[in-house]
Ligand binder design. Structure first.
Ligand SMILES: [Fe+2]
Length: 237
């Protein structure tokens, strides 16, 4: 009889201990999922931007190039896990808060991830959209006309020597301007809000357009997601 009670007591204690441990186990699991930035899937099919941007370019661009930035970023900040909580956008907005020994790596690779996620979002399978609403009014105001804006944007994208980006950005006062950044430098590190942007690294166009960056830029207008650009301008997600 005594032995039966002992077994019962032991079993009860085990259950109580297990229940007490559940929060610890869950917390550990959620810490694990917070300990790596993960590659977000492309928001549409790889061939959705055909014929202007080909499937193979999109596969390599997303699965290999963006993934490499992500892997390098995870590797660099593995020794400063508190940075995971600050997040990619947070780090890029305040690069001086990133430890100096990894600051350049974070700038390049967090920038690589941020800029590419932005780039995917600013293109759409719903092709041949046109700008409208407040964004179009602001473009006409700050660039005189939409055609003039397109010409200036192309000039910036073509004029970027080597690898980089051209962006339409908004400053704190809501004024639009066109900038070009080198490598993976992101407008948000300069306190600017990107409205739309084009990747002019050769990996973005070489398979289809070879050295003809101008043709790539001309064709890219057909897949611009003007609805998303309008949301970016209005600060809607
Ligand atoms: Fe790229």
């Amino acid at each position: 009889m005594k032995k039966k009670y002992s077994i019962l007591l032991l079993a009860t204690l085990s259950i109580v201990t297990f229940i007490a441990l559940i929060p610890t186990i869950s917390a550990k699991s959620s810490n694990l999922s917070d300990s790596q930035f993960e590659l977000k899937p492309l928001p549409y099919a790889y061939d959705a931007l055909e014929p202007y941007i080909d499937k193979e370019t999109m596969m390599l661009h997303h699965d290999k190039h963006e993934k490499a930035y992500l892997d390098n970023l995870n590797k660099a900040i593995s020794k400063y896990p508190e940075l995971y909580k600050i997040g990619i956008e947070g780090m890029l907005k305040d690069l001086n808060s990133v430890p100096e020994d990894i600051r350049e790596t974070v700038k390049n690779n967090a920038g690589g991830v941020y800029n590419h996620e932005f780039f995917w979002s600013i293109m759409s399978p719903e092709q041949n959209q046109t700008p409208a609403g407040d964004l179009l009014k602001a473009i006409n105001k700050d660039f005189q006309s939409f055609d003039n804006f397109k010409a200036k944007f192309k000039e910036a994208a073509l004029g970027r020597f080597g690898s980089g980006w051209a962006f339409l950005v908004k400053d704190k006062d809501g004024k639009l301007s066109i900038i070009s950044t080198a490598n993976q430098d992101s407008p948000i590190s300069q306190g600017l809000t990107p409205i739309l942007g084009i990747d002019v690294w050769e990996h973005a166009y070489y398979l289809k357009y070879q050295n003809r960056r101008g043709d790539y830029i001309d064709n890219w207008w057909n897949v611009v997601n003007w609805k998303q650009a309008e949301n970016n301008y209005s600060d809607k997600k």
